[in-house]
Design a protein around this ligand. Structure first.
Ligand SMILES: Cc1cc2nc3c(=O)[nH]c(=O)nc-3n(C[C@H](O)[C@H](O)[C@H](O)COP(=O)(O)OP(=O)(O)OC[C@H]3O[C@@H](n4cnc5c(N)ncnc54)[C@H](O)[C@@H]3O)c2cc1C
Length: 406
C-alpha cells in the first residue's frame, strides 16, 4: 500500500517540498499530490513588478512537474479535517456521491503550505478602497488602476516595511509622472544599518517619493488616507502593504495554532499537535535563532520546505533526519530596476553595518529572485536523485527507530 502524501499550495514552499519529496522517495512506495488553485507558479516576490506592467515568464506546473512523479491537482482547498486525515477540494471533476466539483482526498502525511494574503488589520476603508500586492489578482487590479491615472495623480503606499519600500520605488521609477508617497508608522528604513538608511533616503529623494514618517494610517477613502494624528493625505490610489495574514483555513481545524493563526511546528516542521501534518512557509509558526519566530518570507520559508521534505523522507525510510539552516543572512531589497540594497543581518535578522548598494545590489536581488524560481523548478538544487525505499509504507504514525533516537 502506497503512503499518500498531499501537499496543499504550490507557492515557493509547497512546490519545492513536493519536488524534493519526489526526489527523495521511491515512486512505488508513495503518491505525492500537489494541490493548487492556479495552473502556473506565481513569483510572488515580483508582484510589485507585475503591478507596474512588467511581464513575467509563464511557469506552468504541468511543465515543471512533468515526469517527476508528482501528481498535480488543480483545485481550491475548501476544508481540512486533520482528525479524519482528509482534505476537501473544489473545482475538480465531480466524484460519485459528492457535490459537483467537490472531492475528498485522504492522506497519510499532509504538508500544509497555503501561504498568506494581505492583512487589512480591519482598518476602515482598506478592504473597499485600497489595493494590494500579496496576490497576482491583486497586483493585476492595481496595474489596471495605475494605467488609468493621469500625470500628477497621487499614489500612497501604506507600510514602511520591505514590501512597501519595494512597491513605492517600483511605482515611482516606472511612473515618474505620478506623485508617489510612502506612509510609515516609524521612520524610513528604521530597521536598517546607517549605510542602508542613507542609501534608501537617497534613492527615495532621487525618485521624488514623499515620505510621511510617524504616520500610521487609520482610515482609507476613495481619494484620501487619514493619519493617526487626523491629517488627511490625498491619495487617488492607496496600496496597502502593512503585512501578511495567513490563510484562515487552519483556524477551522483542531491543529495547534499561534496567535497569528500559523500552525505551531517543531524543528522538523511537524505540527506539535498532529504528527502526520507538516506546515511550511508563511503558514507555519517556526522558531528561528534567538527563539524568535521566522518572519513570513521566501528567505526563511524555502529552508522550511527543505526541512519538512527531508524529515518526511527520513521518517518514512528510517534514516537520520538532516537539519536545514533556519537563519537569515541578508535582506535583499529591490529599489526599482536600477537600484537595490542588500542589507546583511545577524542569524536572527538584525541589521549589521555591512550593506551593498546601487546597481550591483539590484543585480544581486535579480539573481536571488531568479534563483528562488529556479529552486522551485529544481527542488534538489543539483543534488543527485536518491530515491530510497520506505522502511514500510505507513498509514499510521508510529515513530521509526530513527525518530525515536533523533
Ligand atoms: C510584493 C511582494 C514582495 C516580496 N518580496 C520578498 C522578498 O524579496 N524576499 C522574501 O524572502 N520574501 C518576499 N515576499 C514574501 C514571499 O513572497 C512569501 O513569504 C512567500 O511567497 C511565502 O511562500 P509560501 O509558499 O508560504 O506561500 P505562497 O507563495 O503564498 O504560496 C501559497 C500557494 O497556495 C495557493 N493557495 C492558497 N490558497 C489556496 C486554496 N484555498 N486552494 C488551493 N491553493 C491555494 C496559492 O495559489 C499559492 O500557490 C514578498 C511578498 C510580496 C507579496
Amino acid at each position: 500500500m502506497q503512503h499518500r502524501i498531499i501537499v496543499l499550495g504550490a507557492g515557493y514552499t509547497g512546490a519545492v517540498a513536493a519536488g524534493r519529496l519526489a526526489k527523495r522517495l521511491h515512486r512505488d512506495d508513495v503518491t505525492i499530490t500537489l494541490v493548487n488553485a492556479e495552473p502556473d507558479f506565481v513569483e510572488r516576490v515580483r508582484m510589485h513588478q507585475v503591478a507596474v506592467g512588467q511581464e513575467l515568464r509563464a511557469r506552468p506546473f504541468s511543465e515543471m512537474f512533468a515526469g517527476t512523479g508528482v501528481t498535480l491537482k488543480l483545485a481550491r482547498v475548501t476544508g481540512v479535517d486533520v482528525d479524519r486525515r482528509t482534505v476537501t477540494v473544489t473545482g475538480t471533476e465531480s466524484a460519485p456521491g459528492t457535490d459537483p466539483g467537490t472531492e475528498e482526498l485522504a492522506y497519510d502525511t499532509l504538508v500544509y503550505a497555503l501561504g498568506s494574503a494581505w492583512d487589512t488589520h480591519d482598518v476602515p476603508g482598506v478592504a473597499d478602497h485600497a489595493h494590494q500586492l500579496a496576490s497576482r489578482p491583486g497586483a493585476l487590479r492595481l496595474r489596471e488602476r495605475l494605467a488609468e491615472l493621469s500625470a500628477g495623480a497621487t499614489v500612497t503606499v501604506v507600510g514602511g516595511g520591505l514590501t512597501g519600500v519595494e512597491a513605492a520605488t517600483e511605482i515611482a521609477e516606472s511612473r515618474p509622472d505620478l506623485a508617489v508617497a510612502l506612509a510609515a508608522r516609524g521612520e524610513l528604513g528604521d530597521w536598517l544599518s546607517p549605510k542602508g538608511r542613507r542609501h534608501l533616503a537617497k534613492v527615495f529623494a532621487g525618485l521624488g517619493i514623499t515620505v510621511h514618517e510617524h504616520s500610521g494610517i487609520t482610515a482609507v477613502d476613495a481619494d484620501t488616507v487619514t493619519a493617526g494624528d487626523g491629517r488627511s493625505l490625498p491619495s487617488d490610489v492607496t496600496v496597502w502593504t502593512t503585512g501578511f495574514a495567513v490563510h484562515p483555513m487552519a483556524r477551522a481545524t483542531t491543529l495547534e495554532l499561534g496567535d497569528t493563526g500559523q500552525i505551531v511546528v517543531d524543528g522538523t516542521m511537524r505540527s506539535v499537535s498532529h504528527p502526520d501534518v507538516y506546515a511550511i512557509g508563511d503558514a507555519a509558526l517556526v522558531m528561528g535563532p534567538g527563539d524568535k519566530p521566522l518572519r513570513m518570507s521566501c528567505a526563511s520559508g524555502i529552508p522550511t520546505s527543505w526541512q519538512a521534505a527531508d524529515a518526511i523522507a527520513a521518517r518514512l525510510t528510517g534514516t537520520k533526519i538532516p537539519h536545514a539552516p533556519l537563519r537569515y543572512f541578508n535582506q535583499c531589497i529591490s529599489l526599482g530596476r536600477k537600484e537595490g540594497l542588500i542589507q546583511y543581518v545577524t542569524a536572527d535578522d538584525r541589521a549589521v553595518s555591512a550593506a551593498l548598494t546601487g546597481r550591483f545590489a539590484a543585480l544581486y536581488k535579480e539573481v536571488v529572485c531568479k534563483g528562488a524560481a529556479w529552486g522551485v523548478a529544481n527542488p534538489t538544487m543539483g543534488l543527485p536523485t536518491r530515491r530510497r525505499r520506505t522502511a514500510q509504507p505507513r498509514t499510521t504514525d508510529t515513530p521509526t527507530p530513527a525518530e525515536a533516537s533523533a
